[in-house]
Design a binder for this molecule. Structure first.
Ligand code: SF4
Length: 166
């Protein structure tokens, strides 16, 4: 619910200018090279230069997955506009923090690796098992994914196999 509220303001396509900066909200994005489609919460255009801003509910948390998501947006913008996008920002609504992210070659390589992995999973119609670790604590999919329950099921199956098959 909180995430939805945060995104309500950035989910409706709109465009406006303030003090020489153009703000594009809910901007559709794509990359043919990486076979990606999506939507940017906000892209600020300072002149011709796009600067993606990704909104997150809650407070700033550890981990770099949010930066990778932002970097993927930058890669899409570069392909769509034929411009270089070197940085963007993450904004955490809960703590009102804004952090700039520089899109390094290492980060871009990591995005491509993740994209390849996801495409591989889609081709094989398989999903990885739940990680059931600290990454789950603040995951927005936690209530649908039920990582602990699924992990326990795997444990029970393993125990049953060891008990009755061995
Ligand atoms: S709750 Fe599920 S989707 Fe989220 S991090 Fe854990 S295993 Fe992954």
């Amino acid at each position: 619910m909180r995430g939805r509220d945060v995104h309500e303001n950035v989910d409706v396509e709109s465009s406006h200018d303030v003090a020489g900066i153009r703000y594009e909200r809910a901007l559709p994005l794509w990359s043919k090279r990486l076979n990606l489609v999506g939507k940017a919460d906000l892209v600020e255009f300072q002149g011709e230069t796009p600067y993606p801003v990704e909104y997150k509910s809650g407070r700033h948390r550890a981990g770099h997955h949010e930066a990778l998501q932002l970097c993927a947006q930058a890669i899409c913008l570069e392909e769509m506009l034929g411009l270089s996008v070197v940085k963007g920002a993450l904004f955490w609504h809960g703590s009102r923090e804004r952090r700039e992210v520089i899109f390094t070659d290492v980060m871009r390589g990591h995005v491509e690796k993740v994209v390849d992995g996801v495409h591989g999973m889609l081709e094989q119609s398989s999903i990885p098992p739940p990680v059931n670790d600290k990454r789950c604590t603040h995951c927005s999919l936690r209530e649908s994914c039920l990582p602990a329950v699924v992990a326990e099921k795997d444990k029970s199956r393993k125990a049953a196999r060891e008990l009755f098959i061995a």
